[in-house]
Design a protein around this ligand. Structure first.
Ligand code: NDP
Ligand code: 8X3
Length: 261
């Protein structure tokens, strides 16, 4: 995929949540495939780093703009900025999201539930609606959503996050049906446990608790997921990888994780 002849050479790739984890790794991976990167997230200082890393990896161009997917106005301003950079988008990666808290429903907090729905579900809908006019005239593009194993299987303390990622999965499926015949493909990559800032965010900065999630496990790395994103987006236009479940070898199921002593 890297170097001359990449099918992603010069393709316009919008990545949400590009300031850390999977999104930042995707900026490097699509950069190595010589794409033109358009990056969004709330932490613009981190976006600047991701853009620079994408350029160092080989991106044709890399630019960034503040984006808060929980706000329609912010999504609108972001997509206006995208339009000012390019008349077309070839790949949209709806990656922004995450979990907050691991309390059972009986102790859940409204703010956490609302934020999870706003980012993982409504943010995905808003971004897709806003970017579609830049994609529909160009068959062969890809909308790639980042779901989770949590969208397939529930776990204790995960009710709202699992519901949000199940929502992501059903939105992906509905979009796949709606866009059939347009030449646009819609895919979801649904990873299991991956060591990023995900658990630090979920546990609100409690580094010890976050580290325990990955103790003794060789979890997925952000690069593993980014590589899968590039693979999905670089299939021939007649091929759509509808749904991909990606887990580390140590995680056979949500509750079945092998931990070394
Ligand atoms: P990170 O916490 O490292 O990255 C999350 C990204 O989402 C950040 O760039 C963050 O940017 C962005 N983001 C969060 N809220 C918003 C918002 N309101 N507007 C715009 N951007 C936002 O975690 P991951 O890389 O692991 O997570 C990426 C995606 O993968 C998420 O959707 C997550 O649910 C999913 N996932 C993660 C797994 C894991 O185990 N790590 C497994 C399966 C799925 P900023 O804060 O700068 O806005
Ligand atoms: C992240 C994976 O298992 O922590 O989506 O929910 S999990």
């Amino acid at each position: 995929m890297k170097g001359r002849g990449s099918v992603l050479d010069g393709k316009r790739v919008v990545i949400t949540g590009a300031s850390s984890g999977f999104g930042a790794a995707a900026a490097r991976a699509f950069g190595a495939a010589q794409a033109h990167l358009l990056l969004g997230a709330r932490r613009v200082d981190r976006l600047a780093v991701a853009a620079q890393e994408g350029l160092s990896a080989g991106a044709r161009a890399a630019a960034f703009h503040r984006l808060d997917v929980t706000r329609t106005e912010s999504v609108g301003a972001f997509v206006e900025w995208v339009r000012s950079q390019t008349p077309r988008v070839d790949v949209l990666i709806n990656n922004a999201g995450g979990a907050l808290g691991l309390e059972p429903v009986a102790e859940g907090r409204d703010e956490d539930w609302e934020t999870m729905m706003q980012t993982n579900v409504l943010g995905l809908l808003r971004m897709t609606r806003a970017v579609l006019p830049l994609m529909l005239p160009h068959p062969g593009g890809t909308i790639l959503n980042i779901g989770s194993v949590a969208g397939h299987v529930a776990y204790e303390g995960g009710a709202a996050y699992c519901a949000a990622k199940a929502g992501e999965l059903q939105i992906t499926r509905a979009l796949r049906l709606e866009l059939c015949g347009t030449g646009l493909r819609v895919a979801t990559i649904d990873p299991g446990m991956a060591e990023t800032e995900f658990s630090m965010v979920r546990f609100k900065g409690d580094a010890d608790r976050a580290a325990k999630v990955y103790e003794g496990v060789e979890a997925l790395r952000a690069e593993d997921v980014a590589e899968a994103m590039v693979w999905v987006a670089s299939r021939p236009p007649h091929v759509c990888v509808d749904e991909m479940l990606l887990k580390c070898t140590d995680q056979a199921a949500i509750h079945k994780v092998h931990r070394r002593k």
